[in-house]
Design a protein around this ligand. Structure first.
Ligand code: ADP
Length: 509
């Protein structure tokens, strides 16, 4: 149902958890809208629950028994008198059946229609739609392939390497590179098996594998009636396992002409499906400057804050106003990119163990502030990170007037920040932004694979070992200062080891 008459929205249920639930609650509060959180058994004391005006339990920890059960969420919304549901990202955000059920219950779904989700949720149907809308797609097939001989024929035409891709894939899963004809049969069999098991749909297609590309995406807003605007691009080429870890806005790789072209293609994409609300059109940029449609994410994305910082907009407010039927609150001609923003996803994971997720209780959390710094967090000191969900704890977003200034500020903030209790990737970010290809902006999606060596990763040590090292650093520093420095040897530094270690380390880096 497309929203054409004004809908009353003064209470919203957030069908999500973690940092995105907190971000949504904050945005809604600023609009004077009451908020309802939902939570599983392990999230009883989660930050989003503490922030919301009301909170409703929805079942056991596994998401399939709580955050993914649409009926429980809709029942909670009706019971609380909420008029609308915001799904955030992940969980039910791109589930057309949920969207339909929300609207059938007389509630507003703050997001696109189920129809848009259906077209874009399936990579093959999205490719077909884009071809007819004049948006360039990666060379390859528009139909599912089951026969290895046929797949080889297509690969011969487009040239190796090719990528076998699950039509229903997502989150970087369901993809396999094929470098030579003899690899095709087994690769096809394995990708189909994996896709069937993971997505309940084993449709696979073949597309050209673009070597050393960049991931560029464009934020769009649609009014649901055929008009859309863009809010410029983001670059998200720093990825591990095809998943993003650092994003920036603008992209250091676009000329003004290319930016205009890619943003126009994104608007065409959104308008072709009369898109409603906030969405992202993802492209792959080849080294020769040609770009191709990858997919459209029909939801608010993790990395939306870099756009908010640079373009000076509030995408959550924009989504709510579209859902109310008021149309798009921004005019294309008023929008500009101002300055530069970087987002660092803070994951409970160990870069030294191939980014494996880690768990634990957050013992110390002190992410530095200062001008141009935004923290979107879903955790607090004392919170036990549950194993059941995505290991992203928070996002650190840093803005500066230029890319160099944003990088200098990021370095300062990352060095000052302290997180103990779980193994995390803050040191990875510090490492990444000082790599030559990151500094000059030439990095590609191969950045981590090409430059990161887990076997020599010292900060990947377990927390206890790291603490011991920090304490040793403090004692060394105290000893150094004791020999002619101004430290008072009568006062052992151990009580302040944490602060002193930070000082000592900052001085040396
Ligand atoms: P998902 O839906 O799983 O996120 P995408 O199609 O958006 O999958 O691709 C995720 C990432 O995989 C891209 O950002 C890029 O790094 C890589 N990728 C996808 N398609 C190609 C391709 N044809 N050539 C090279 N890399 C690709």
């Amino acid at each position: 149902m497309s929203t054409t008459s004004p809908r009353e929205i003064n209470k919203v249920l957030i069908a999500n958890r973690g940092e995105i639930a907190v971000r949504l609650i904050r945005g809604l509060k600023e609009m004077g809208i009451a908020t309802v959180a939902v939570y599983s058994d392990v999230d009883r004391e989660a930050l989003h629950v503490l922030c919301a005006d009301e909170a409703v339990p929805i079942g056991p920890a596994p998401a399939v028994e709580s955050y993914l059960v649409g009926e429980k969420i809709i029942a909670a919304a009706l019971r609380c008198g909420a008029q609308a549901i915001h799904p955030g990202y992940g969980f039910l955000s791109e589930n057309g059946a949920f969207c339909d059920a929300v609207e059938a219950a007389g509630l507003v779904f703050i997001g696109p229609t189920a129809e848009s989700m259906a077209v874009m949720g399936d990579k093959l149907s999205a490719r077909r739609k884009m071809r007819t809308s004049g948006v360039p797609v990666v060379p390859g097939t528009d139909e599912a392939v089951t026969d290895p001989g046929k797949a080889q024929e297509i690969a011969d035409q487009i040239g190796y390497p090719v990528l076998l891709k699950a039509s229903a894939g997502g989150g970087g899963k369901g993809m396999r590179i094929v470098n030579a004809p003899q690899e095709m049969a087994s690769a096809l069999r394995e990708t189909r098996g994996e896709a069937g098991a993971a997505f309940g749909n084993d449709a696979i297609f073949v597309e050209k594998y673009i070597t050393a590309p960049k991931h560029i995406e464009v934020q769009v807003l649609g009014d649901g009636r055929g008009h859309a605007i863009h809010l410029f691009e983001r670059e998200c080429s720093v990825q591990r396992r095809h998943q993003k870890v650092i994003e920036e806005c603008p992209s250091p790789s676009l000329t003004p002409a290319l930016r205009e072209e890619i943003c126009a293609a994104a608007v065409r994409t959104a308008e072709a499906i009369s898109y409603r609300g906030a969405g992202t059109v993802e492209f792959i940029l080849a080294p020769d400057g040609s770009f191709f449609f990858l997919e459209m994410n029909t939801r608010l994305q993790v990395e939306h804050p870099v756009t908010e910082m640079v373009v000076g907009v509030d995408l959550v407010r924009a989504m709510v106003e579209v859902a109310r039927g008021g149309g798009i609150i921004y005019r294309q001609e008023d929008l500009r990119q101002r300055g530069w923003a970087l987002e660092f996803r803070i994951y409970a994971e160990d870069p030294g163990r191939n980014f494996a997720p880690s768990i634990g209780k957050i013992a110390t959390l002190n992410i530095a502030g200062g001008p141009g710094v935004r923290l979107d967090s879903g955790v607090y000191e004392g919170f036990a990170v549950p194993i059941h969900y995505d290991p992203m704890l928070a996002k650190l977003i840093v803005w500066g007037e230029t890319r160099d200034l944003a990088l200098a500020r990021s370095r300062r903030v990352l060095r000052e920040s302290v997180l103990h209790g779980v193994t995390h990737n803050l040191p990875f970010h510090l490492w990444a932004i000082d790599q030559p290809s990151f500094r000059d902006g030439s990095y590609t999606t191969h950045f981590v694979a090409d430059h990161f060596d887990p076997s020599t990763w010292l900060p990947g040590l377990a927390d206890d070992a790291r603490t011991a090292l920090l304490q040793a650093a403090v004692l060394c520093e105290a000893g150094r200062r004791g020999n002619g420095g101004d430290a008072n040897p009568a006062q052992p530094p151990v009580g302040n080891w944490h602060r002193n270690a930070l000082r000592a380390m900052t001085r040396n880096t």
